[in-house]
Write a protein of this length. Structure first.
Length: 270
């Protein structure tokens, strides 16, 4: 089903011929705290999933729900959120959004890699942003969430907030049928690459709206650190670069920097 990176690109323009590697920086020590993606072989399997932490109490759930409500309110009143919404509605980006949201179907928002909303503020702010988008835009339909580290408490609170928690680890390999928004804040490169690879044809890629780590920055790191062999796990991110329109999320050094820095909206083809 999915063509190779080279096949897609040669259909459009010739972009890649050499092999090289992208070197990525560690971010905020967070990589050590989260489980790594599985090996390429393991990743091929989309496995049934249950929360690892199966203990919960009503008090814990209520406390987390309260934290989420505070986070949503705080974000909604912030200048960051005003700028974020203005960007989506602004003259440059709105055209890209409109092309994908005019569909007769509401867009499903798939959230991968949200992290632990119980343990950290960044995942709470990221989820708050997704929920506020759903409240503001009538073209957003169901929100589906998956992260292998979600606990039972988090799963219950996510459901209480109107999200559907997936019971299968798709490894990012969701094939789009209708326009779909993928909200993947600060995910590992492999997860973006899996998504691209699964949808590696024009008809699918053009239906995707992707929020995640800036692909341009991956490219800049590649240029800075040199080209010594194409890293398979980033091959599609790099190959799609010439056909990607990216809108950087504006963060200043405030409460929202940690949660959203280095993030962008990505559209493939116009
Ligand atoms: C670097 S962390 C980012 C967490 C959070 N969004 C943040 O910015 O702090 C990457 C997240 O991706 C999650 N992840 C790993 N494999 C995944 C998969 N197959 N599907 C969805 N999420 C996955 C990890 O558990 C982790 O929470």
């Amino acid at each position: 089903m999915a063509a190779s990176a080279e096949t897609l690109i040669s259909d459009q323009h010739k972009v890649l011929d050499d092999e090289w590697t992208i070197v990525l920086p560690l971010r905020n020590n967070q990589r050590r705290k989260f489980p790594k993606l599985k090996s390429a072989e393991q990743q091929k399997e989309q496995t049934q999933w249950v929360p690892t932490d199966l203990e919960t109490t009503q008090e814990r759930e209520q406390l987390l729900m309260k934290k989420m409500q505070i986070s949503i309110e705080k974000l909604e009143k912030s200048p960051f959120f005003t700028v974020f919404m203005d960007q989506i509605r602004g003259p440059e980006a709105s055209d890209y959004f409109l092309k994908r949201t005019r569909s007769e179907h509401k867009l499903t928002m798939v959230i991968y890699g949200i992290g632990s909303i119980e343990s950290y503020e960044s995942p709470r702010l990221q989820l708050s942003l997704a929920i506020l988008m759903k409240r503001r835009f009538d073209w957003i339909g169901e929100i589906e969430v998956f992260d292998p580290i979600i606990s039972l408490t988090e799963s219950k609170v996510l459901k209480g907030l109107g999200c559907c928690v997936l019971s299968v680890n798709e490894q990012g390999r969701r094939q789009v049928v209708n326009p779909t928004m993928f909200f993947m804040p600060h995910c590992e490169a492999e997860l973006y690459d899996n998504l691209l690879k699964t949808n590696w044809k024009y008809e699918n890629l053009k239906q995707i709206i992707l929020f995640g780590n800036s692909f341009e920055k991956y490219e800049q790191h590649r240029s800075v650190f040199g080209c010594s062999g194409l890293d398979d796990s980033r091959k599609h991110i790099v190959s799609i670069q010439p056909f990607t329109k990216e809108f950087e999320i504006c963060t200043v050094l405030d409460d929202y920097f940690r949660a959203f820095h280095g993030s962008s909206w990505h559209f493939f083809y116009h």
